[in-house]
Design a protein. Structure first.
Length: 366
């Protein structure tokens, strides 16, 4: 096995697959990347046995073969070569030699047969969607996923496919984000899968923000996404996602409209003096005004008022300020609408110019 290429041609697929490799591995082979040379095509694959990513690039020349090399060392070598540098790689005596100009190196290898490929069963459904639409679908909801919740299905994102729509939902039990795309899909049976947190982030790294097509293949245990010759295969979370629609409040009578950036900036400034553990802020609504207040155990406090469109009764309610800021970052458009029932009810947040996304935030005790 050998190939000749430029630094940039090798670095692009390398950066795609490198992120899935964990720094500390119990199996040495999982610290390596699988390199497969077929004619002039080099594929690089990284895996943690749950998520597998493959990137591809065309080499200037080469000979077929396969091996595995340490991911971190290969990445550091490529990063530290000058721009436009030419790289020559050759597999000799179970070592991979890499040379560029006056630089040469020899990396230890492990057999390609030891690399644990993810075996994906045949798909139940397949969807083609523009990359920018899929990226928006993921970005509008991924921030609301839990991180290490014992309710394991919260540590992932629900992907729902019907004949008329694509929908993603994420929640940690205290906040919820939902994004829906109208979509014509030749599918009689609804598909509901839970993508694990790491799989979601690797999907976001795979897809660009252009209008190139991304192919999604869904099976009972895996999801595969293919874009521009590269692919991600992720195992799915085994479980049933809760009935998220019951968590979306309806019938709230206290509605206010405001400038998204003004509210976000006021919250950001006030949050500096909020309780570092609970991150709670107090929102007080009165006619035409939103008053934001925060304090902490050191008896420090901050407050700011923002002009809003509100004509209801006075209302005081507390929220985790980080949850509010995340939502206001995700919402598109200049205006945002908050719908509240009372001081103990969850807030429904929507962008006036965005009819695809809905956000729910549970209140905190004041």
């Amino acid at each position: 096995m050998k190939f000749v290429t430029t630094r940039e041609s090798l670095l692009k697929p390398l950066q795609l697959v490198y992120g899935v490799v964990e720094r500390r591995q119990t199996l040495p082979i999982l610290s390596n990347l699988l390199l497969v040379m077929d004619k002039d095509q080099l594929s690089l694959t990284g895996s943690d046995k749950e998520v597998e990513i493959t990137g591809r690039s065309t080499m200037d020349s080469g000979e077929s073969g396969e091996t595995t090399v340490p991911a971190r060392k290969l990445m550091e070598i490529c990063r530290n070569l000058p721009e436009g540098a030419k790289i020559e790689a050759r597999l000799e005596d179970n070592r991979m030699s890499l040379s560029s100009g006056r630089f040469s190196s020899h990396l230890a290898t492990l057999p390609a047969t030891e690399f644990p490929s993810v075996e994906m069963e045949s798909g139940n459904a397949s969807v083609s969607i523009e990359a920018n639409r899929l990226r928006n679908l993921l970005e509008q909801t991924s921030f609301a996923m839990a991180q290490q919740d014992v309710r394991y299905f919260f540590n992932g994102m629900l992907l729902e496919v019907t004949a008329e729509r694509l929908r993603t939902v994420a929640t940690n039990g205290q906040r919820l984000a939902m994004c829906t795309l109208d979509f014509t899909f030749d599918q009689s049976q609804e598909q509901r899968i839970i993508i694990p947190r790491k799989g979601v982030f690797e999907l976001q790294r795979l897809i660009g923000d252009g209008d190139e097509m991304v192919q999604l293949t869904l099976s009972s245990n895996h999801l595969r996404a293919t874009a521009d010759g590269s692919s991600v295969i992720t195992k799915l979370v085994d479980g049933v996602y809760p009935d998220y629609e019951r968590a979306i409040p309806t019938g709230g009578k206290n509605v206010f409209l405001g400038d998204r950036l003004e509210i976000r900036e006021a919250l950001s400034r006030t949050a500096i003096l909020s309780n570092e553990m609970y991150r709670n802020v107090r929102l007080t609504l009165s006619e035409g005004n939103l008053h934001v207040q925060a304090n902490n155990p050191q008896q420090e406090e901050a407050e700011e008022s923002v002009a809003v469109e509100y004509e209801g009764d006075p209302l005081e309610i507390g929220f985790n300020v980080e949850y509010l800021l995340d939502v206001l970052e995700a919402v598109s458009g200049e205006k945002v609408r908050f719908t509240l029932s009372d001081a103990n009810g969850a807030a429904l947040v929507e962008g006036l110019e965005d009819n695809e996304s809905v956000y729910v935030i549970s209140p905190m005790m004041l």
